[in-house]
Write a protein that binds this ligand. Sequence first.
Ligand SMILES: Cc1cc2nc3c(=O)[nH]c(=O)nc-3n(C[C@H](O)[C@H](O)[C@H](O)COP(=O)(O)O)c2cc1C
Length: 124
Amino acid sequence: MQRIARQAQQADGFVFACTEYNYSVAPALKNILDWLSRLPDSQPLSGKPVALMGAGGGMGTSRAQYHLRQSAVFLNLQPLNKPEVFANAFAGGFDDQGNLHDEKIAALIGEQMNTLVAAIKATR
Ligand SMILES: Cc1cc2nc3c(=O)[nH]c(=O)nc-3n(C[C@H](O)[C@H](O)[C@H](O)COP(=O)(O)O)c2cc1C
């Protein structure tokens, strides 16, 4: 946890690539956010932009991502609004190794990364 806290402190922004379990955020990711929100001397997430993306079932982890946005309010994370990246993991867009072959999703991710860089520059 101390290593993650140090990395988060040093980061200018974040990419949360989240799965969805039973319509919500993967517990491991939520657990990290909860611990990072309770560090005694720092708030390593506060004020920093975060890009959200995910691959899951037919809804593309949208429900999990919207739950993440709710937690981001209290954490004072700054989630990018658009583009949203909701990928279907089971419709042929990924190969057996998990590599992405869906050109539309790849383009969205590229656009999202450019938006993240712009948001980070704007916070400096
Ligand atoms: C217990 C369980 C619940 C799941 N619930 C959802 C869900 O609500 N929505 C969704 O899109 N995918 C759901 N999935 C599919 C996962 O998001 C998908 O399997 C994802 O790639 C996670 O990787 P893993 O299967 O290796 O854990 C669920 C998978 C499991 C095992």
